[in-house]
Design a protein around this ligand. Structure first.
Ligand SMILES: *Cc1c(COP(=O)(O)O)cnc(C)c1O
Length: 401
């Protein structure tokens, strides 16, 4: 290990772990039917409801986030059912691939990458499908472009047409306000490895009563799942002493318990406020450096800051050089955006100096790659934001029980 290049993980999953989260995973393995584990499991399920801002049971699976996405398709779609996918990037496309895999008649409304899904276009597509669409699949935070969609408006539109909405909030949950019950979101999926500050391996589906009911009807039409069957998991979790139908990822559940306790201590509002400052600082740094942001100006785009690669610089060289020379891992663009953008994530266990270090390294990297940048200009832009904002939380985040 070269300590001169300490590692900084600035990617949108996996994200860095707070030390207490790492530490609890070194504890001996618990038997999943022991009273000690059941108590932790019950508490985690309750804490998940707080983060999802819901009264409903949040179903938990041992899987990466895509597993929960898959559950939203396998439970609701029988072969031949019409589904509308409203996407604006790489992760939205995944919904379409999943729908195709389960034999849906997939209608795919694709916004330009870097733009938001337009609720009016969703409205038009649903009108053209004349009431046949059972479910609309969309993305809260499109991690490939940094765009945050107007999930509330999309949901209202879908409901007017009698369809349920399934929202991929894998990177946005715990960063930007997403009140699941208040906005009547039918299905919201997330994963453990982004803003929830836990290693990859846990996936969540918050499923409304109406969606459970539709899943029952889809099953009669031939929809099939086994491990991801919502009814089976709900039955286990809703018991007096909650019980997972399969061996839960006990170590990750303990880690998540600690991470969620930290969120509880910071408060959800505090968490949103911190991410808002981090996002604003990153955006101001980019502008102060004379670079251009990718995607619409948006105070809510606080998951990942996406920057256009300046003219004359080899885009794929930026993340590579930052990692190799400075130990700072950021992401480049995927698919059609490869080489055109860089992505700096700040969803989860991040503070002011993660942003400042990253911007400092970005400046050095760009300078070495021949771009016309002034060292310190971006850092100064971010510092200004941090000075003006003060410390956006009541409690330091590093003291979980
Ligand atoms: C990370 C992510 C996922 C899930 O990816 P997994 O690798 O399966 O955990 C899905 N959607 C979005 C928007 C994401 O950022």
């Amino acid at each position: 290990m070269n300590v001169f290049q300490k590692d900084y993980l600035m990617t949108a999953g996996p994200t860095p772990l707070p030390p207490p989260v790492s530490q609890v995973m070194a504890e001996p393995i618990l038997y999943h039917r022991s009273p000690v584990f059941i108590e932790i499991y019950e508490r985690v399920l309750r804490r998940l409801r707080t983060v999802f801002q819901t009264e409903r049971e949040v179903l938990m699976f041992a899987a990466s986030g895509t597993g929960a996405m898959e559950s939203a398709v396998s439970n609701l779609i029988a072969p031949g059912d019409a589904a509308l996918v409203a996407s604006c990037g790489k992760f939205g496309q995944r919904w379409a691939e999943l729908c195709d895999s389960y034999g849906a008649r997939t209608l795919h409304l694709e916004a330009q990458w870097g733009e938001r899904v337009d609720p009016d276009e969703v409205d038009r597509a649903l009108s053209e499908a004349s009431g046949e669409v059972k479910a609309v699949y969309t993305t809260h935070s499109e991690t490939s472009t940094g765009v945050i969609n107007d999930v509330r408006a999309i949901t209202e539109t879908a409901h007017r047409h009698g369809a349920v909405v399934c929202v991929d909030a894998v990177s946005g949950l715990g960063v930007v306000d997403l009140p699941v019950d208040e906005w009547e979101l039918d299905v919201v999926v997330a994963g453990s490895q982004k803003a929830l500050m836990t290693p990859p391996g846990l996936a969540f589906s918050a499923v409304s009563e109406r969606a459970h009911q539709l899943a029952g009807e889809a099953r009669e039409r031939g929809a099939a799942s086994y491990y991801f069957d919502w009814a089976r998991t709900l039955e286990g979790q809703a018991k007096q002493q909650p019980d997972s139908p399969f061996t839960p990822a006990v170590t990750l559940v303990r880690a998540l318990d600690v991470a969620l306790a930290m969120i509880e201590e910071e408060t959800l509002e505090g968490v949103f406020a911190r991410h808002a400052v981090l996002g604003r600082a990153a955006r101001e740094a980019v502008k102060a450096l004379g670079l251009e942001l990718f995607g619409p100006e948006d105070d809510n785009a606080n998951v990942v800051t996406v920057v256009k690669v300046p003219e004359g610089v080899e885009g794929t060289a930026i993340p590579k050089k930052m990692r190799q020379d400075y130990g700072i891992t950021i992401a480049g663009g995927q698919s059609q955006l490869k080489g055109r953008i860089i992505r700096i994530a700040h969803c989860g266990y991040y503070g002011a100096f993660d942003i400042l270090s990253t911007i400092a390294a970005l400046e050095m990297t760009l300078k070495e790659l021949g771009a016309d940048v002034t060292l310190g200009a971006g850092v100064s832009g971010a510092q200004q934001v941090f000075l003006e904002a003060g410390i956006p939380m009541a409690q330091p985040v590093a003291s979980a029980p």
